[in-house]
Design a binder for this molecule. Sequence first.
Ligand code: NOJ
Length: 710
Amino acid sequence: MKSSKIIEKIRSMSLEEKIGQLNQIQLEDTEQIREEIRKGRVGSIILADTATAGNDEQKRIDMNLLNELQQIAVEESTAGIPLIFGRDVIHGHHTVLPIPLAEAASFHTELIEKAYRAVAKEAASDGVHWTFSPMIDISRDPRWGRCIEGFGEDPYLTSEMGKAAIRGFQGEDYKNTESIAACAKHYLGYGAVEGGRDYGKTEISDYTLRNYYLRPFQAAVEADVATVMNSFSEISGQPVASSRYLLHDVLKEELGFNGFIISDWASIAKLVSHRVAKDEKEAAMLAAGAELDMDMVDRCYIEHLGELAAEGKVSEETIDKMVYRVIYIKERFGLFEHPYAERKQINYEEHLSFAKQCADESMVLLKNNGVLPIGQSEKIAVAGPFLYEKRSHLGSWAPDYDAGMLKSIQEAFLDCADKDRFIFPQLPYLWDDILLTLREVNTVVLALGESARVSGENNCLTNIDFPAEQLALIKKIKAMGKKLVGVMCFGRPIALGEAEPYFDAILYAWQSGSCAAQSIADIVCGNVNPSGKLPMTFPRTTGQIPLYYNYPSFFGNGMAYYGEGDNYWDCKSTPMYPFGYGLSYTKFEYSEVGCENNTLTLEELQNGEKFRVSVIVTNTGKYTGKETAQCYISDLVSSMTRPVKELKGFSKIFFNQGECREITFELGFEELGFYNGSGKFCVEPGEFDVFIGGDCTTDNKVKIAVVDEK
Ligand code: NOJ
């Protein structure tokens, strides 16, 4: 449908039908809903039974019911506009991928895109048109349970991962019935909630907002994301749901977003809880005034917009603009051509192989005193509270998971060809039963972790230190003089300060989806070489939060990462493990960084010329393996304080034993620029250090300069 056709269509609609397009309701199998659809009072249905659908069991999707309701919309309503069905297909559908934070650790955007394509196909086959994913909120606080739903602390990594997910969901041909519309959420600044308390207040300057929190949304808009969801939170006194500046001026006008904005669950009505609106009618007026296009479940628009229009408080022209965006997305995603869902042939084996690859590449080897991979004929005890666990590996948001796909860690070890050398306690929680098993072995693999209940929406912690009861267990085991391998199945970064010295090796396995257990067994046994790198800084102790790598320099030597200094009496200032860090069973060596063209003029940069910086990486170890080379910049003198390091490129490459490869990164205006104190994106002439290495603490650098010849 051409834009003129959409405009024509809108002209033919009554005000009630228009407002209906802006109304998203919950699915119920009732006559009342059928009647509402028939009258054109519903534009979308969310397939969620509860407000926190990531935490609660959800009904499975009934495709026949969806098709029946769709038929009413298309054939019995006057406007005949199809409904768009949305569901939280966050990091998987029947096949579940690792939680997004773990996916980010893979640093493998092509793999993530491919895996999300598979997820889109599964969801589309169940009748889903639209997912509320990816979450691209920057999170610097692991107490915030939702940090697991995003891609970590860095704007560049989050942007790259977010774009990969969007490409996977939406595909190249949006009308293809295997494509679903994506939703970038939660716009904006949600990850900065104070104290990690979900839904809370944020205090973010425009400078920080533009340089960190907004960047992934800018990238999502560039990737043509179909929809954006506002956050529940407020920024510096302004709830996002009523911020015309953020929703209309910045997102739509400045960034050029042309899809539609959906409110998060009842967040229009919550303007009353924020006490910026006295009642839901006023809340509807404020949200529509901000041009928040579609109202999720609270019925503020359908109940009040008509009256507000009649009173002249919301213009019909504004409503038309919002309706246009909704119909435009329905049209782009082929709903007019293919309104009904049809089952597709799904190759689940292939999808599971994507989930396995994602899990293999997401797990991070944090420590290894030569104990991993385990010796080939050694007898090994595998124990710990996660030995027989399955569901927790999926993390939050897995409403459609296929339980038949899941294995426990014990089952995965029993699938190994040499399974007889593994012994297991019967009572994984009881130290006495575990110790009995240990008598026969020198090495124990302990599966530890947290359940999926303490992370995700509205599930936050004040203390992210390693769980005390599990620490007591490892102390007892270590007292027997055994070698201890910790396999850590946590959603968020955990402060390992006290626990770390007890381990000979630590594999951070996250909550890695349908194939988590198999990846753990494969990495521990050496069938897979770990290659994940941390997307979020691991503090030593909870009290260091917020701790993130892209921190500005201040006094001291001015170039110390993480504001390193002696500020704390009771803890070092440095993290336990820095951003970008992760070990491999093999070793990679980096040559010095080289640059073909150390100087460019500002004009050349503005005209698209780029610095090309390169390094030669060699696999000098005993295994084949993958390495993620990371490129960071440091703007040496600028009008505003800039981070000591900022990630601007990464490249994950497979190396045979002894192989060396040249890796080149290009840095142009976009990479070297920042939003200055007046909100203008600029490159300030002067010198930059460019670093290439295996994590953010690398010192391997070259200098480049931007000169202003005017
Ligand atoms: C609330 C959550 O904040 C959001 O992420 C989710 O997509 C919606 N509920 C719909 O379930």
